[in-house]
Design a protein around this ligand. Structure first.
Ligand code: ZN
Length: 315
Protein backbone atom coordinates (compact mmCIF):
# COMPACT_ATOMS: atom_id res chain seq x y z
CA UNK A 1 0.00 0.00 0.00
CA UNK A 2 1.25 3.44 -0.87
CA UNK A 3 3.52 2.07 -3.50
CA UNK A 4 1.25 -0.03 -5.66
CA UNK A 5 -1.66 2.34 -5.57
CA UNK A 6 -1.91 2.98 -9.23
CA UNK A 7 -3.25 0.74 -11.88
CA UNK A 8 -2.23 0.97 -15.48
CA UNK A 9 -4.77 -0.74 -17.67
CA UNK A 10 -3.49 -1.92 -21.00
CA UNK A 11 -6.40 -2.95 -23.15
CA UNK A 12 -6.29 -5.66 -25.76
CA UNK A 13 -5.07 -4.46 -29.14
CA UNK A 14 -7.64 -3.76 -31.85
CA UNK A 15 -7.27 -5.04 -35.38
CA UNK A 16 -4.79 -2.32 -36.38
CA UNK A 17 -2.83 -2.85 -33.21
CA UNK A 18 -2.68 -6.58 -33.82
CA UNK A 19 -1.39 -6.09 -37.34
CA UNK A 20 1.37 -3.80 -36.05
CA UNK A 21 2.27 -6.23 -33.27
CA UNK A 22 2.44 -9.08 -35.78
CA UNK A 23 4.63 -6.97 -38.02
CA UNK A 24 7.11 -6.60 -35.17
CA UNK A 25 7.19 -10.29 -34.39
CA UNK A 26 7.43 -11.64 -37.93
CA UNK A 27 10.60 -9.60 -38.45
CA UNK A 28 12.38 -12.39 -36.64
CA UNK A 29 11.11 -15.22 -38.83
CA UNK A 30 11.22 -15.85 -42.57
CA UNK A 31 7.65 -15.77 -43.82
CA UNK A 32 6.33 -16.88 -47.19
CA UNK A 33 4.91 -14.46 -49.72
CA UNK A 34 1.36 -15.63 -49.11
CA UNK A 35 1.48 -14.37 -45.52
CA UNK A 36 -1.09 -11.67 -45.05
CA UNK A 37 -0.80 -9.97 -41.70
CA UNK A 38 -4.05 -8.12 -42.17
CA UNK A 39 -5.95 -11.39 -42.57
CA UNK A 40 -4.23 -12.79 -39.50
CA UNK A 41 -5.02 -9.65 -37.51
CA UNK A 42 -8.69 -9.83 -38.48
CA UNK A 43 -8.87 -13.49 -37.54
CA UNK A 44 -7.45 -13.02 -34.05
CA UNK A 45 -9.85 -10.80 -32.11
CA UNK A 46 -9.29 -10.96 -28.39
CA UNK A 47 -5.62 -11.89 -28.74
CA UNK A 48 -3.22 -10.04 -26.50
CA UNK A 49 0.23 -8.98 -27.61
CA UNK A 50 1.62 -12.01 -25.81
CA UNK A 51 -0.83 -14.30 -27.61
CA UNK A 52 0.27 -12.89 -30.95
CA UNK A 53 3.94 -13.34 -30.08
CA UNK A 54 3.13 -16.86 -29.04
CA UNK A 55 1.28 -17.50 -32.29
CA UNK A 56 4.24 -16.36 -34.41
CA UNK A 57 6.53 -18.54 -32.35
CA UNK A 58 4.30 -21.58 -32.72
CA UNK A 59 3.98 -20.97 -36.45
CA UNK A 60 7.77 -20.91 -36.76
CA UNK A 61 8.01 -24.18 -34.83
CA UNK A 62 5.38 -25.71 -37.07
CA UNK A 63 7.33 -24.75 -40.19
CA UNK A 64 10.56 -26.05 -38.69
CA UNK A 65 8.95 -29.36 -37.81
CA UNK A 66 8.00 -29.80 -41.42
CA UNK A 67 11.40 -28.74 -42.66
CA UNK A 68 10.12 -25.70 -44.42
CA UNK A 69 12.39 -22.74 -44.85
CA UNK A 70 9.54 -20.29 -44.57
CA UNK A 71 6.54 -19.88 -42.35
CA UNK A 72 3.33 -20.12 -44.36
CA UNK A 73 -0.24 -19.07 -43.72
CA UNK A 74 -0.97 -22.71 -43.01
CA UNK A 75 1.50 -22.64 -40.14
CA UNK A 76 -0.14 -19.51 -38.81
CA UNK A 77 -3.56 -21.15 -38.96
CA UNK A 78 -2.33 -24.12 -36.95
CA UNK A 79 -0.59 -21.83 -34.49
CA UNK A 80 -3.70 -19.72 -34.09
CA UNK A 81 -5.76 -22.77 -33.20
CA UNK A 82 -3.14 -23.85 -30.74
CA UNK A 83 -3.13 -20.48 -29.00
CA UNK A 84 -6.93 -20.22 -29.13
CA UNK A 85 -7.82 -23.71 -28.05
CA UNK A 86 -4.71 -24.99 -26.29
CA UNK A 87 -2.50 -27.76 -27.56
CA UNK A 88 -4.15 -30.96 -28.66
CA UNK A 89 -3.65 -33.82 -26.27
CA UNK A 90 -3.15 -36.61 -28.70
CA UNK A 91 -2.04 -38.98 -26.00
CA UNK A 92 -5.42 -38.77 -24.32
CA UNK A 93 -7.59 -41.38 -25.94
CA UNK A 94 -11.29 -41.04 -25.41
CA UNK A 95 -13.54 -44.04 -25.38
CA UNK A 96 -16.23 -44.16 -28.06
CA UNK A 97 -18.81 -43.33 -25.43
CA UNK A 98 -16.84 -40.30 -24.24
CA UNK A 99 -16.51 -39.13 -27.82
CA UNK A 100 -20.23 -39.43 -28.32
CA UNK A 101 -20.99 -37.48 -25.16
CA UNK A 102 -18.46 -34.82 -26.12
CA UNK A 103 -19.85 -34.56 -29.66
CA UNK A 104 -23.38 -33.93 -28.39
CA UNK A 105 -22.12 -31.62 -25.68
CA UNK A 106 -20.04 -29.41 -27.97
CA UNK A 107 -22.68 -29.66 -30.67
CA UNK A 108 -25.16 -28.27 -28.17
CA UNK A 109 -23.03 -25.17 -27.60
CA UNK A 110 -22.61 -24.69 -31.33
CA UNK A 111 -26.27 -25.19 -32.18
CA UNK A 112 -27.53 -22.77 -29.54
CA UNK A 113 -24.98 -20.14 -30.46
CA UNK A 114 -25.83 -20.45 -34.13
CA UNK A 115 -29.56 -20.15 -33.59
CA UNK A 116 -29.59 -17.41 -30.96
CA UNK A 117 -29.22 -13.78 -31.90
CA UNK A 118 -26.40 -11.70 -30.44
CA UNK A 119 -23.86 -14.50 -30.28
CA UNK A 120 -20.24 -14.30 -31.31
CA UNK A 121 -19.38 -16.13 -34.51
CA UNK A 122 -18.10 -19.66 -34.09
CA UNK A 123 -14.51 -20.34 -35.02
CA UNK A 124 -14.37 -24.10 -34.60
CA UNK A 125 -15.95 -26.96 -32.74
CA UNK A 126 -13.75 -29.89 -31.86
CA UNK A 127 -13.83 -33.11 -29.88
CA UNK A 128 -10.07 -33.45 -29.79
CA UNK A 129 -9.03 -33.09 -26.15
CA UNK A 130 -7.17 -29.89 -25.46
CA UNK A 131 -5.84 -28.81 -22.12
CA UNK A 132 -8.27 -29.99 -19.48
CA UNK A 133 -11.23 -30.15 -21.84
CA UNK A 134 -12.47 -33.16 -23.79
CA UNK A 135 -13.74 -30.87 -26.49
CA UNK A 136 -14.08 -27.18 -27.19
CA UNK A 137 -16.30 -24.77 -29.03
CA UNK A 138 -14.32 -21.66 -29.84
CA UNK A 139 -15.79 -18.30 -30.70
CA UNK A 140 -14.25 -15.30 -32.35
CA UNK A 141 -15.57 -12.31 -30.44
CA UNK A 142 -15.55 -8.84 -31.97
CA UNK A 143 -13.21 -6.17 -30.80
CA UNK A 144 -15.82 -4.81 -28.50
CA UNK A 145 -15.55 -3.33 -25.08
CA UNK A 146 -19.11 -3.12 -23.98
CA UNK A 147 -21.70 -5.87 -23.82
CA UNK A 148 -25.45 -5.68 -23.93
CA UNK A 149 -27.81 -7.61 -21.75
CA UNK A 150 -29.01 -9.57 -24.79
CA UNK A 151 -25.46 -10.60 -25.53
CA UNK A 152 -24.89 -11.80 -21.97
CA UNK A 153 -28.19 -13.67 -21.90
CA UNK A 154 -27.14 -15.40 -25.10
CA UNK A 155 -23.82 -16.29 -23.51
CA UNK A 156 -25.74 -17.92 -20.67
CA UNK A 157 -27.93 -19.91 -23.04
CA UNK A 158 -24.90 -21.09 -25.03
CA UNK A 159 -23.22 -22.20 -21.82
CA UNK A 160 -26.16 -24.48 -21.05
CA UNK A 161 -26.38 -25.81 -24.61
CA UNK A 162 -23.85 -28.52 -23.78
CA UNK A 163 -25.60 -29.86 -20.69
CA UNK A 164 -29.06 -29.65 -22.27
CA UNK A 165 -27.90 -31.54 -25.34
CA UNK A 166 -26.53 -34.34 -23.16
CA UNK A 167 -29.83 -34.54 -21.32
CA UNK A 168 -32.01 -34.50 -24.40
CA UNK A 169 -30.05 -36.91 -26.57
CA UNK A 170 -28.18 -39.13 -24.15
CA UNK A 171 -30.51 -38.91 -21.22
CA UNK A 172 -27.65 -38.23 -18.85
CA UNK A 173 -25.67 -35.58 -17.07
CA UNK A 174 -21.89 -35.58 -16.97
CA UNK A 175 -19.18 -33.64 -15.20
CA UNK A 176 -18.21 -32.17 -18.57
CA UNK A 177 -20.63 -29.32 -17.99
CA UNK A 178 -19.01 -28.33 -14.71
CA UNK A 179 -17.02 -25.41 -15.97
CA UNK A 180 -19.91 -24.21 -18.17
CA UNK A 181 -22.13 -24.11 -15.12
CA UNK A 182 -19.53 -22.29 -13.09
CA UNK A 183 -18.96 -19.70 -15.81
CA UNK A 184 -22.69 -19.17 -16.29
CA UNK A 185 -23.43 -18.86 -12.58
CA UNK A 186 -20.63 -16.38 -12.17
CA UNK A 187 -21.84 -14.34 -15.15
CA UNK A 188 -25.47 -14.34 -13.97
CA UNK A 189 -24.36 -13.14 -10.54
CA UNK A 190 -22.38 -10.31 -12.06
CA UNK A 191 -25.37 -9.33 -14.21
CA UNK A 192 -27.40 -8.93 -11.03
CA UNK A 193 -24.79 -7.54 -8.65
CA UNK A 194 -22.57 -5.45 -10.88
CA UNK A 195 -24.32 -4.56 -14.12
CA UNK A 196 -27.81 -3.79 -12.84
CA UNK A 197 -29.38 -6.16 -15.37
CA UNK A 198 -32.11 -7.65 -13.23
CA UNK A 199 -35.31 -6.80 -11.42
CA UNK A 200 -33.26 -5.49 -8.55
CA UNK A 201 -32.45 -2.48 -10.67
CA UNK A 202 -29.31 -0.51 -11.37
CA UNK A 203 -27.51 -0.97 -8.08
CA UNK A 204 -24.30 -2.70 -7.19
CA UNK A 205 -24.36 -5.21 -4.43
CA UNK A 206 -21.24 -6.13 -2.57
CA UNK A 207 -18.16 -3.97 -2.62
CA UNK A 208 -15.11 -5.71 -3.79
CA UNK A 209 -11.88 -5.18 -1.99
CA UNK A 210 -9.25 -5.64 -4.54
CA UNK A 211 -5.77 -6.40 -3.60
CA UNK A 212 -4.00 -4.42 -6.22
CA UNK A 213 -0.79 -6.25 -5.61
CA UNK A 214 -2.17 -9.48 -6.99
CA UNK A 215 -4.70 -7.82 -9.24
CA UNK A 216 -7.32 -10.13 -7.91
CA UNK A 217 -10.31 -9.70 -5.70
CA UNK A 218 -9.79 -11.33 -2.36
CA UNK A 219 -12.77 -10.39 -0.33
CA UNK A 220 -16.25 -9.19 -0.92
CA UNK A 221 -17.97 -7.52 1.92
CA UNK A 222 -21.67 -7.46 2.08
CA UNK A 223 -23.42 -4.14 2.05
CA UNK A 224 -26.98 -5.40 1.77
CA UNK A 225 -29.61 -7.03 3.89
CA UNK A 226 -30.58 -10.66 4.27
CA UNK A 227 -33.69 -9.91 2.27
CA UNK A 228 -31.67 -8.46 -0.60
CA UNK A 229 -29.34 -11.43 -0.48
CA UNK A 230 -32.33 -13.66 -0.95
CA UNK A 231 -33.60 -11.58 -3.87
CA UNK A 232 -30.18 -11.68 -5.50
CA UNK A 233 -30.22 -15.45 -5.30
CA UNK A 234 -33.68 -15.53 -6.84
CA UNK A 235 -32.69 -13.23 -9.68
CA UNK A 236 -29.55 -15.22 -10.43
CA UNK A 237 -31.69 -18.32 -10.50
CA UNK A 238 -34.23 -16.69 -12.78
CA UNK A 239 -31.56 -15.65 -15.30
CA UNK A 240 -30.14 -19.15 -15.27
CA UNK A 241 -33.56 -20.79 -15.59
CA UNK A 242 -34.42 -18.62 -18.58
CA UNK A 243 -31.11 -19.37 -20.27
CA UNK A 244 -31.49 -23.06 -19.62
CA UNK A 245 -35.03 -23.03 -20.95
CA UNK A 246 -33.96 -21.15 -24.06
CA UNK A 247 -31.24 -23.70 -24.78
CA UNK A 248 -33.74 -26.48 -24.19
CA UNK A 249 -36.31 -25.02 -26.58
CA UNK A 250 -33.73 -24.55 -29.33
CA UNK A 251 -32.30 -28.03 -28.98
CA UNK A 252 -35.68 -29.76 -28.75
CA UNK A 253 -36.80 -27.99 -31.91
CA UNK A 254 -33.66 -28.86 -33.84
CA UNK A 255 -32.98 -32.48 -33.15
CA UNK A 256 -32.10 -33.43 -36.71
CA UNK A 257 -29.49 -30.70 -37.12
CA UNK A 258 -28.08 -31.74 -33.75
CA UNK A 259 -27.69 -35.36 -34.83
CA UNK A 260 -25.99 -34.19 -38.01
CA UNK A 261 -23.55 -31.99 -36.10
CA UNK A 262 -22.72 -34.77 -33.66
CA UNK A 263 -22.22 -37.28 -36.48
CA UNK A 264 -19.95 -34.87 -38.33
CA UNK A 265 -17.91 -34.27 -35.18
CA UNK A 266 -17.52 -37.99 -34.60
CA UNK A 267 -16.42 -38.46 -38.17
CA UNK A 268 -14.17 -35.41 -38.55
CA UNK A 269 -13.32 -34.42 -34.97
CA UNK A 270 -13.22 -30.74 -35.86
CA UNK A 271 -15.68 -28.66 -37.85
CA UNK A 272 -15.62 -24.98 -38.61
CA UNK A 273 -18.30 -22.30 -38.67
CA UNK A 274 -19.20 -22.84 -42.32
CA UNK A 275 -19.62 -26.56 -41.74
CA UNK A 276 -21.84 -25.96 -38.72
CA UNK A 277 -24.00 -23.74 -40.90
CA UNK A 278 -24.20 -26.35 -43.66
CA UNK A 279 -25.13 -29.08 -41.21
CA UNK A 280 -27.87 -26.98 -39.66
CA UNK A 281 -29.23 -26.19 -43.11
CA UNK A 282 -29.08 -29.87 -44.03
CA UNK A 283 -26.50 -29.50 -46.76
CA UNK A 284 -23.94 -32.14 -47.55
CA UNK A 285 -20.40 -31.44 -46.31
CA UNK A 286 -17.53 -31.59 -48.77
CA UNK A 287 -15.54 -34.80 -48.31
CA UNK A 288 -12.33 -33.26 -46.94
CA UNK A 289 -11.82 -30.05 -45.10
CA UNK A 290 -10.16 -27.68 -47.47
CA UNK A 291 -9.09 -24.75 -45.33
CA UNK A 292 -6.35 -26.52 -43.49
CA UNK A 293 -5.57 -29.06 -46.14
CA UNK A 294 -1.85 -29.14 -46.44
CA UNK A 295 0.14 -31.00 -49.02
CA UNK A 296 2.79 -32.12 -46.60
CA UNK A 297 1.17 -33.32 -43.45
CA UNK A 298 -1.68 -35.48 -42.35
CA UNK A 299 -3.24 -33.43 -39.64
CA UNK A 300 -6.36 -32.35 -41.46
CA UNK A 301 -9.79 -33.87 -41.61
CA UNK A 302 -10.39 -37.40 -42.70
CA UNK A 303 -6.95 -38.82 -42.13
CA UNK A 304 -7.26 -38.07 -38.44
CA UNK A 305 -10.33 -40.19 -38.34
CA UNK A 306 -8.83 -43.18 -40.00
CA UNK A 307 -5.76 -43.34 -37.82
CA UNK A 308 -6.27 -41.30 -34.71
CA UNK A 309 -3.35 -42.82 -32.87
CA UNK A 310 -0.77 -42.21 -35.53
CA UNK A 311 -1.41 -38.64 -36.50
CA UNK A 312 1.80 -37.13 -37.72
CA UNK A 313 2.54 -33.56 -38.47
CA UNK A 314 2.36 -30.54 -36.28
CA UNK A 315 0.92 -30.43 -32.87
ZN1 ZN B 1 -19.33 -27.20 -22.43
Amino acid sequence: PGRFDRRVVVGLPDVRGREEILRVHVKKVPVSDDTNLNVLARGTPGFSGADLANMVNEAALSAARMNRKQVTMYDFELAKDKVLMGAERKSMLLTDEEKRVTAYHEGGHALVSYLRDHSDPIHKVTIIPRGMALGVTIFLPDDRHNYTREYLETRLAIAYGGRVSEEVFLNQMSTGAGSDIETATDLARRMVCEYGMSRLGPLTFGKKEEQIFLGREIAQHRDFSEETARQIDLEVRRLIDEAYQSAHTIIEANQDPMHRIAAALLERETIDAEEVKMLIEGRELPPIRSILASPSDGSGGVQQVLKPESRGGPN
